[in-house]
Design a binder for this molecule. Structure first.
Ligand code: DX5
Ligand code: ZN
Length: 226
């Protein structure tokens, strides 16, 4: 048996005015994690939520809050997000080339699980030192669209990076994010991804539970052969 499937609906596609009930609805539909997209309007053109919203949501759920930091200065977010009750803290390698060691240590000291993400144009080799270093990240998030917005088209060419990672690190959590749904999940699962973020395909479906279960089966089918 390989690594466990984690299906993480992206709350960016939810009704933010009803965040707590939307989160509960996803958990009732079988979600493992809730993916929280934190954007600063600088690293990406969009601006979403920050620690105060995570803190509010935490009062309503014990779920794993998988925070994806699309921000220029991730270090500034460690303390507030730790206090707010974030579970995972995934920063972007493009803005952390000089200080990832310190960043990972601080994330862990605040009780969060460190992860690193990379944009479609960033070579996979850039994250190897972060997996093999003294303070390793515990998840790699391979962006399958340009970060910033939900509802974009999945980029199949990013699957080469997932395949390379899975070959090198059989037990690593590998997350994919952007354009995932029933028509693209098999590409991601067969490349080796086990943590699946999906926004529009889950929230836009008449039966969200069915989409979550279909994606889980696709990952499990591949992982059971390891
Ligand atoms: C994009 C975000 C994603 C986004 C995914 O920058 O990181 O998490 O919400 O949305 P879909 O699944 O609609 O592509
Ligand atoms: Zn995301």
């Amino acid at each position: 048996m390989g690594v466990a499937a984690k299906i993480a609906p992206s709350m960016l596609s939810s009704d933010f005015a009803n965040l707590a009930s939307e989160a509960q609805r996803m958990l009732d539909c079988g979600a493992d994690w809730l993916h929280m997209d934190i954007m600063d309007g600088h690293f990406v053109p969009n601006l979403t939520i920050g620690a105060p919203v995570i803190e509010s949501l935490r009062k309503h759920t014990k779920a794993y809050l998988d925070c994806h930091l699309m921000v220029t200065n991730p270090l500034d977010y460690v303390e507030p997000l730790g206090k707010a009750g974030a579970s995972g803290f995934t920063f972007h390698v493009e803005v952390s080339r000089d200080n990832w060691g310190e960043l990972v240590q601080r994330i862990k000291s605040k009780g969060m699980r460190p992860g690193v993400s990379l944009k479609p144009g960033t070579p996979i080799e850039e994250v190897y030192p972060l997996i093999e270093g003294e303070y390793p990240v515990e998840m790699v998030l391979v962006m399958t669209v340009e970060p910033g917005f939900g509802g974009q088209k999945f980029m199949p060419e990013t699957m080469d990076k997932v395949r390379a990672l899975r070959k090198k690190y059989p037990s690593l959590d590998i997350e994919v994010d952007g354009g995932l749904g029933p028509s693209t999940i098999d590409m991601a699962a067969s490349a080796g991804a086990n943590c699946i973020v999906a926004g529009s395909s889950v929230f836009g479906a008449p039966d969200s539970a069915q989409v979550i279960s279909l994606m889980r089966k696709s990952v499990e089918e591949v992982q059971k052969n390891y």
